[in-house]
Each structure stands twice: as C-alpha cells, then as structure tokens.
Ligand binder design. Structure first.
Ligand code: NAD
Length: 506
C-alpha cells in the first residue's frame, strides 16, 4: 500500500479491481451464480474507521437459505465433487490458494475496509495464511484413508473403515479476521468433499463473496460453495435446516448455544469456535524484551478482537513494575487510525454495539475497583476508536476478569511464588478454555503449566500464532472440536465401518 492515504476518502487507497467489485450490486452466490435475494432488501457495508458506506449486499432470508441448501444438496448427491478423483479435488483446492495469493491485495483491501485492521497485518498475515490454508488442505484430499481392523466375529472377515464427506455443511462466520475465518472453514470442508452454504457476518461479507467467485474460477463445480449474506436470523435458518448435515460456527458463546439448540432438530453435527478469556503468565526469567511487546500484542492485535486475546495477564511480583510500565509504554506508542494509513498500528472496533460494550465493561471494571494504568476511554473524536488499555488491581470477582471484552483491554494481576498447580487453578478460573501463554526460560515450568491449563492452545514465549497444521479450538465454553490440521478433516468427515463376511474359516 504505497498510495496516498486520506481519512476523508479511504477509497482513494483502493485498487481498481476492488473498486469495481465493491460497486457491483451483489446478490447471493447460489448454484455457481449470482442470484437476487427473495426479500429485495439490501444491507449497507460500512467502514468502521470512517462510518462511510463502501458497498451494499443482499439481505438474505430463510427462503434464500432453502435455495442455497437445495443447491448444495444437489451438488452433493448428483454433482461430481464428492466422487471426484482425490487428486483432481486437491488440484482445485490448491488453485484456490494460488488465486488468493494472486489477488491478495484485493482481499486485503476488502477486509481492511470491512473490518478496519491495519493493512500490514491483513495483507502479510491474514490473507497470506488464508492462501496457505487452502494449499495445506489440498494435500489432505489425497490422504483421507481408513484402517483395516482384526475382528472376532464368527467365520472369516475383512473389516475396514473409510472416511466419507459429512455431506451438506452450513458454515457461519464471525466479523473478526473475516478472510482467514472463511479459509479456516471452507478449505478443510472442500478437501473432505463436502458441499457448503456459508453465511458471512453482517459487518464483513465482502471477502467471502469475492472468494466465492474465485472458487468458481479455480474450477469448483457449481453448487459446491454457496454464500448467503444476511443477519443472524439467516444463520439461525441454516443451523436449524433439516437438510443440512453439519453446522460449523465461529462467534460468541451465547450464539454457539443457540446453534446447538437449533441443530437438535435433525441432530446435525456441530463444531463451535467460541469466546475466550485467555491467561498469560510472565515469570522473572522471561526475556522481557520479547515478553513485553509479546503480551501487549497478545491483546492489541486486531484491537483485542481476537478469540484468543490474552486478556488476563499474570505478572510475577519480581518483574511486575517493569512489565506493567513496559506494556503501558507500548500501548501509548500505538497509533490508532485507518487501516490504510501506513502509520496505523491499531484499527477501530467493529461497530457501535461492540464499542458501547467495551466502554460499558471498562466503566464497570473501574467502579468495581480496577485501576487504569493507561487508556481506559475512547479516543478523541466520535469514531469507534478505543484507546489501548491496561488495568491493574483486577481480581477474580471483577466483571472484567470474567467476561470476554473483545476490545483492546488487558487486566493485569500480580503473582508470587505459587506452585504450578495453584497458578493453573487461577488460569482455569473461567468458563472459557481457548488459549494461554507462558513466558519463561524454565522449560519444566512451561511444560507443567501447559499440561495443567485447561485450554485448547498454549503458547510458550509467544501468543496468537497459528498455522494450518496446528489444531485450534477450545475446552469448556470456548467450543467443540478443533479447526486446522488433521482435526479439521475429522470435523468434515464421517467414519464408515465395513465388515465383509468371507465365509467359514477354511
Ligand atoms: P456472533 O455470535 O454475534 O455472530 C457470529 C455469526 O453468527 C454472525 O455471522 C451472525 O450473523 C451469526 N448469528 C447471530 N445470531 C445467530 C443465531 N441465532 N443463529 C445462527 N447464527 C447467528 O459473534 P460475533 O460478534 O460475530 O463474533 C465475536 C465472537 O466470536 C467473540 O466472542 C469471539 O471470541 C468469537 N470468535 C471465536 C473464534 C474462535 O476461533 N474460537 C474466532 C473468532 C471469533
């Protein structure tokens, strides 16, 4: 992004292909083509940094979900995709990855406009990882093997298992990190041979729509990937649809519970990536030059709008003042701004509702006794920018300790020489169990804590890093199942056991 940036006209920073794409009258992507929604209604897509509308999308309905599910069902039962030779399916999924790279600037532009994160992190991290993700899962299409089992039934038998695609999958996406969240879900499901109906989040639909037409360009058969934009009710229609075999959801824990209830009708398979309240431990032997920016970025990445945000920071008393001062100085050095502005380190919050929620939780935190080390209020102006915030003196009874804030707020607590068991108990004092990090050079302490923290992901001397081959998901109310790696293939396949009676032993 080397163009001139103007806050009053962010579209001046956008390439011609993206401008053309945004200017189109977007329909729903069903059966391999753009179709009009049944309601005729449209929804504005707004840049959270400026409040300016840059596109509009179709407001889908449950009838549109019916059409999309019918297209996905037809593609699953009658189309070539599930039966295609694995290497051919792999080639198409791989080609999607290549096309994402080739159009990387466009995807990054769409996500910066929709979600507001800084260009550098979106382009070099989120979009690049999305392309990697498709290439990685392309490799799985040729490796969906089963096993042979010795069995003890009477006579002689050949018993084996095989993996089959789960069928028609509904995928409901959150608004944070939109392109990568779409890739996390779509790539493994395609590799497994499923057909999909994807419902992007209301605030951030543009990269998923662009991805749909790119998938067609890569050779994905019609009806394999369908995209229906719209409100939560559209997601609910997908989650309860009787002809959907599985629903995969990323979003809040409250909505995750609604999905589970909706899925009960036909007992569809469910996987959930939900909220978190991830603990971070800094010990005196940690490399503080690495740890201080590391624990700050554990939350400030994406303005705190990350499910694994390391929002509960436990600092050992020997380094407490130094770490607190260092994180505060780091926070104060961050420049809030538009994602296209090369000077920006921190974007806005996604919408007014989230902004008000962060503000409300901050006020509650202070009224309950937490003290503000830095930040603690909206930035100047009437936008959705919230100052990176460090709170000290937080205790487990405080609301900010328990509730996911999903904003740039760190709650710091002092620890002493508690045992690993006591520290793990503290870390586990939450209804969530998604991420955690431990900053220390003491390998034994790091591994013991990693073993005892009840969370799906533990980093040592880092935080928030992801890889297509690194399973991701939560314990407790942070979710069901693991995305990425082989685990993601398991989410999108059923195991069939076949027993062939060969007759009497002779
Ligand atoms: P949300 O639950 O409000 O919405 C997520 C999606 O669900 C949106 O597409 C929305 O339209 C849809 N939806 C809303 N109500 C629905 C319903 N009743 N039935 C079906 N779909 C419905 O969450 P959000 O505000 O978009 O995302 C923020 C949350 O997501 C945070 O809590 C965050 O921790 C979590 N998150 C988790 C992960 C992870 O990997 N675990 C990743 C990203 C975000």
């Amino acid at each position: 992004m080397n163009k001139m940036f103007s806050f009053d006209n962010p579209m001046a920073s956008v390439s011609a292909p993206t401008r053309d794409f945004l200017a189109r009258q977007h329909g729903l992507f069903i059966g391999g083509d753009w179709v009009a929604g049944r309601s005729g209604e449209r929804r504005a897509v707004v840049d959270p940094a400026t409040g300016l509308e840059h596109a509009s999308v179709t407001e889908g309905t449950s009838e549109d979900i019916d059409r999309a599910v019918a297209a996905a069902r037809d593609a699953f039962e009658n189309g070539p995709w599930p039966k295609m030779k694995p290497k051919e399916r792999a080639a198409i999924v791989h080609r999607i990855g290549e096309l994402i790279d080739a159009h990387g600037d466009e995807f990054a532009e769409l996500d910066v406009l929709d979600e507001g994160s800084p260009w550098g992190v979106v382009r070099n991290f989120y979009v690049a990882l999305s392309a990697d993700h498709f290439r990685y899962f392309a490799g799985w299409a040729t490796k969906l093997d089963g096993a042979t089992m010795p069995v003890n039934m009477g006579g002689e038998w050949l018993a084996y298992s095989q993996r089959e695609p789960v069928g028609v999958v509904g995928q409901i996406l959150p608004w944070n990190v939109p392109m990568l969240m779409a890739a996390w879900k779509i790539a493994p499901a395609l590799a497994a041979g499923c057909t999909l109906v994807v419902k992007p989040a209301e605030d951030t639909p543009m990269s998923a729509l662009r991805l749909a037409e790119l998938c067609r360009e890569a050779g994905l058969p019609d009806g394999v990937l369908n995209v229906v934009t719209g409100a939560g009710a559209v997601g609910a229609a997908l989650a309860e649809h009787p002809d959907v075999d599985k629903v995969s959801f990323t979003g809040s824990t409250a909505t995750g519970k609604a999905i589970v209830r909706a899925a009960a009708g036909n007992l569809k398979r469910v996987s959930l990536e939900l909220g978190g309240k991830s603990p971070v431990f800094v010990f005196p032997d940690a490399d503080l030059d690495l740890a201080i920016p590391g624990v700050a970025e554990a939350v400030f990445l994406n303005s705190g709008q990350a499910c694994t945000a390391g929002s509960r920071l436990y600092i050992h008393e020997d380094v407490y003042d130094r770490v607190l001062e260092g994180v505060a100085a780091y926070a104060e050095g961050l420049k809030l701004g538009h994602g296209f502005d090369p000077a920006t380190n921190l974007g806005p919050l996604i919408n007014r509702k989230q902004f008000d929620r962060v503000n409300r939780l901050m006020e509650t935190g202070v009224s309950e006794g937490a003290s503000i080390v830095t930040g603690g209020s909206p930035a100047d102006g009437d936008g959705l920018f919230y100052r990176p915030t460090l709170l000290a003196g937080v205790t487990p009874s405080h609301t900010v300790y328990r509730e996911e804030i999903f904003g740039p707020v760190i709650s710091a607590m002092k620890i002493t020489d508690e045992t690993v068991t006591a520290l793990a108990r503290e870390a586990n004092n939450t209804e969530y169990g998604l991420g955690a990090s431990v900053w220390t050079k003491d390998l034994a302490r790091a591994h013991k804590l990693a073993a005892r923290i009840r969370a799906g992901i533990v980093w040592v001397n880092n935080h928030n890093q992801s890889d297509a081959n690194f399973p991701w998901g939560g314990y407790k109310q942070s979710g069901w199942g693991r995305e990425m790696g082989k685990s993601a293939i398991e989410l999108y396949t059923e195991t069939k056991s076949v027993a062939v009676y060969l007759g009497d032993q002779d």
